[in-house]
Design a protein. Sequence first.
Length: 250
Amino acid sequence: MAINPNDPKVEIARRTRRSFMVLGGGAVAGLAGWAALNRRGAEGDIPPALRSILGFNERVVRGALYSNDHLVRTYPESAIGNIKVNADYGLDDDIEDADWRLAVTPYGSSQPSARLTMADLRALPRVEEIIDFKCVEGWSTVTKFTGARLSDFTAKFAPGSEKAECVGMKTPNEEYYVGLDMPSALHPQTLLAYEMNGKPLEPGHGAPLRLAIPVKYGIKNIKRIGSIEYTDTRPADYWAEQGYDWYAGL
């Protein structure tokens, strides 16, 4: 029996086959794209295709927008809030201030050159700032931090380390650790803080010494710093290993 090409049923069948082929091709392309995006790379945290996007964002911020002349907004005392204790990574062990030491490994060294006390830190110029502490989860709290600029610390206890590419910091038990790019570390508002809201740090907020770096999200503001190392190799970072952006800049 001859097929009438004008029969509506014939046209419906033709369109159905065409739609099936288009959808099938789209599905194959989608699966291939998904596989490419999720292909694991050397870092093992974020697939290279997605990691490259984060790297691009970092280069834009560092190259076009970021400089030490760009300061984050500061606030009056009346704006200060009560920052919550959001995590206790690396704070499991009790530690007395008198027993605490900060190991410093300068650029080019393989071993710490000094183990500092809080008296050493307090001897540096005292700086106060009231900034908006921002968490990657979306909340923020205006907070007052007091301490020494990391740039002053570096010049005093690790001179010449300013030419390193990165800074790595760890808690005394090494359970929590962050990596920082040197421009952010030497930013004039980056502090090694020993007071918060006019009082000595409490254990949950990182006593006796924590990082306050307002050009980064809170995941970079390591509590209870036990060691600082200057290096050209990008240091390990706890949350970057969980899939977050290593740079984590605002």
